[in-house]
Design a protein around this ligand. Structure first.
Ligand code: SAH
Length: 213
């Protein structure tokens, strides 16, 4: 897989675009500047990789807009060694950003085709999430809990209780909540029984789908 000067130049521009839209966390911007986003998309759509927009990938899903990835990651305030649960592996781009920040990533995807493809792909390009699961994100990963951070990368009609339950005290959950339009919501667990909630404007995601089984 190639990553030439043209790709690198466009990526620098993308970083400046994302910065201009208000992202301040230099570690997040560095990660976006480093990861070849065009590798996460079909090569015939390479020209779209460094525009700040979402794009269709396999199985009717999308790779999130770079600004959205940066925004959610900034809200998470990732620290090296954090155990982070990601719901919706998709292309693996967000997973790679979290790995780049030194997190131990646990990621769940409910589309088998994507789960298999992305697992293989990430290891091929040198990203090693701690654990990748084919399953239902609404349930989280109780066997690997508690987590320092949880990030949901699909639009959730409501906040799944298990995701809050699987947070450490002091931990954060970033989740877009809503049916057609989602409000980016940050929950911080302030004690065993209490959570603080903050809202951060509207976004549009593909839906977090419920398991039919
Ligand atoms: N983080 C991804 C975003 C992919 S879009 C990226 O950067 O590319 C959201 C993903 O969530 C899709 O791949 C979709 O299949 C997955 N998804 C939807 N409902 C889910 C569920 N209940 N559990 C796990 N994954 C789910």
């Amino acid at each position: 897989m190639k990553d030439n000067y043209r790709h690198q130049g466009k990526r620098k521009q993308l970083v400046e675009t994302v910065r201009a839209k208000g992202i301040k966390d230099e570690k997040v911007l560095t990660a976006i500047g480093k990861i070849p986003r065009h590798w996460f998309m079909d090569s015939s759509f390479e020209d779209h990789a460094y525009q700040d927009k979402a794009f269709p990938i396999a199985a009717d899903q999308t790779i999130s807009q770079p600004y959205t990835v940066a925004f959610q990651t900034e809200l998470l305030a990732v620290e090296k060694g954090d155990h982070i649960l990601e719901i919706g592996t998709g292309s693996g781009y967000q997973t790679a950003v979290l790995c780049e920040l030194g997190a131990k990533v646990f990621s769940i995807e409910r589309q088998q085709e994507l789960y298999k493809k992305t697992k293989l792909f990430l290891s091929k390009i040198g990203y090693r999430p701690k654990y990748m699961a084919f399953g239902d994100g609404y349930k989280g990963l109780p066997d690997y809990a508690p987590f320092d951070k949880v990030i949901v990368t699909a639009g959730a009609p409501f906040v799944p209780k298990p995701l809050l339950a699987q947070l450490k005290v002091g931990g954060k959950l970033v989740i877009p909540v809503g049916e057609n339009v989602q409000v980016m919501t940050l929950y911080t667990r302030t004690s065993a029984k209490s959570f603080e909630k903050k809202e951060f404007g509207e976004f549009r995601f593909v839906p977090l789908l419920e398991d039919k089984n």
